[in-house]
Design a protein around this ligand. Sequence first.
Ligand code: MG
Length: 183
Amino acid sequence: MPRPPASPFLLLDVDGPLNPFHAAPHDCPAGFAPHRMSPGWLLPGPDGAPARPVEVRLDPSHGARLLGLGYDLVWATGWQADANTWIAPRIGLPPLPHVPFADIRAWRPDGTCAKTWEIVSWAAGRPFAWVDDDIDEADRAFVAARHPGPALLHRVHPARGLRDEDFELLAAWAAGPGAAVRG
Ligand SMILES: [Mg+2]
């Protein structure tokens, strides 16, 4: 029996795609609800005062929609493992693996996002789609040069978050180029 084909990875940023943090308070996209959170990555205030909670807008329908796309879901976010504590339960996702980032705030001299090098290394040639609000042409060029498998780098606007057209694009890619070299 041949082994069943592997699905492509879907690498998920939190702030931007799942949390439209750039939306004005009076203009939060439909379907999103605000939450107050105190994840471990928040930096303390002046003089070591406790960090103020951060507001995170989430759409509770996103988990089921992401799970139905035909990918293996993986966090690719500065939240790292905290995403399983604070984000996953509120949108209906199970705990997911995460790409470990050594320094999420360090932008590279070549202009690539701090995540890009580590995502390419972590994926090790397996097809992946990556949704993030910080993707630009430097990231696309780096992935095209260094990642031997199919890849979809999809920028999501941080004032809008994932929308119907984004889910449609991701589903089509998983069923097409992302699936073409499975196995
Ligand atoms: Mg982001």
